[in-house]
Design a protein around this ligand. Sequence first.
Ligand code: MN
Length: 353
Amino acid sequence: MSSASIIPLLNKWREDITKLMKSSERVAIIHHWDTDGIASAVLMSKLFIHKSFSYHIPRIGLYELDAIDIRSIRNYSPDVIMILDYGVGKDVIEELRRELGGRLIVIDHHITNLKEDLICNPVNIIHNKDGVPSTTWLIRDIFRIERYPTLIALGVAGDYGRYLEKSNLLKIIKDMIREKNISIDQLIKASLMIDACYRCGDYNGIHHARQILRKYGVEKVLEDAILKKNLEYINEEIHEILSEITEIKIEGPIIVFEVETNNYITSYLGRELAYKHNDRIIVLINYVKRLGISYIYVRSYKYSLNRALMELRRKGLYVGGKDNVFVVTCKTKDCEEEKDLTLRVLMKTLSGD
Ligand SMILES: [Mn+2]
């Protein structure tokens, strides 16, 4: 991402955030429930070590105002609110501002429609094929951090999964974790242990993971009994599903799967399927019983999905994502209409119309 044109932007964000933080004491952080979101929250708290922080996790699986516990944030009476890696759009940010007033900082690498001061998201401004690998990476670039390399690398491992081993970032990440004597496998394992918490709906586990990471670092995450147990539990279902899942349809480069799961393992399954079918676009329709939500997960390591994402958003679907992955959320079990529309739009945007 270090293309020259973005440097003035990063500088401005750094100056603006630093200035705002100088006049703030209490900071409420709303962070994504996944590894990158957690690592980003830890990173920001370390950068501004003398401030007071409270941490808020949105309702797992949802990206909307209702997912955010406004009351608990208001009770904390923060001087500034930071939203990290959460991928929400303009309407949510505006509603949040209306509800809570005050000052808002957003740092994110998801594709959103946000463009204004203190919305630090280069993805919306500069369209780079490789995007920004993680929010921790973006924080590193904004604040020119040379410390906390393992924490920054963890965010990338969280968002890449084992695809990291094939990515062109591998060498850089390896260098970053060398000083702590951690291997790539261990880094990925740590991110899976942390992500197991949101996958099984363990909010306390998410807070716990963040505290371990903040106090002791990645090494202790790997040894943590609660996180180990969560990962074991999640792995059981993952292995069961992956051993029996078969496609329900193949259309051009698109391959479609459909499955019901107890846990929110959509992104893991989707990544595995995309990894296995890496010359295609995989579409995974996953009803998650725990959440009562159906997801249409689309990922490709070959095709850019940006246009399809934008088009589906324009057509009113609830879509979040990045260049090589997006997810349509359906708050009901049935998602036939959304499924048909997604497949149609994918075919259309691929054919280049
Ligand atoms: Mn992320």
